[in-house]
Write a new protein. Sequence first.
Length: 281
Amino acid sequence: MKTYNEFIIRTAPINNESISGLLWQLDLDGIIDNDTYLTVYATKLDSVNKESIEEILQKAKNEKIIERFEIEASTHEDMNWNEEWEKKINVIRVTDRLVIQPSFKEFEPKENDIVIKIDPKMSFGTGEHQTTKLVLGKLEKYITGGEKVLDIGSGTGVLAIASVLLGARSAIALDNDEWCQLNGNENVALNHLEDKVKIVLGELKDIEESDFDLVVANINRHILLDISKDIYSKTKKAGKLILSGLLKTDEIDITNFYTLEGFQCIDTIASDEWICIVFAK
């Protein structure tokens, strides 16, 4: 019987969205936002424990995102947390045109809606998080048609799928998590884009192509700093780069770092504590 660790997290002030984004740095199976607290699930019992979660929350406290926190840890066997989590996921209108529709929810689109169908299965990229919304808004702004797109750390594949639905010629969605690969392929099929969106399991170095018109990465700052040179080499001359998964406090470091790589910052947008930065090569 499979065993799951469950963590109940309470913070003051309540800042579930920001804390959820930070916790996804860990190899989690899911997070449920219960309004006044978070429930975190993990099957990787060795790598995700009370100490690893406490380390992230302490960092959030040091950066004044929260003032204090409490963690309750417990273990459950064969718990159907996926069903409970699905109850919390709803249809999300991200922009005037872009809508994310979970496969298990009914939705009647408007005439000009672009509907992205997603079966989240606990992968990051349900549209609930601010960074996903910020990136989707910028994809809508910068995709003009015919682009070749690379989505790094793709999760559900929502950004790659959205890119093609917005007019991109093709997209590669890259993630190093096997669960994301499986879920990404399911979502590509849901949107009937098997001939245009390719889900790849691996690291950025495994991608042989290097002429992407648009590269997007919605992942944490540490990874973005580590892979900056590879991102530069994958981006076509005059191509665009959209980065998120970043806190406002990361803006100066990330902008300076990527400017030194050869990019030029052309656009930024923020929502709450989160920021999305757009570069041109």
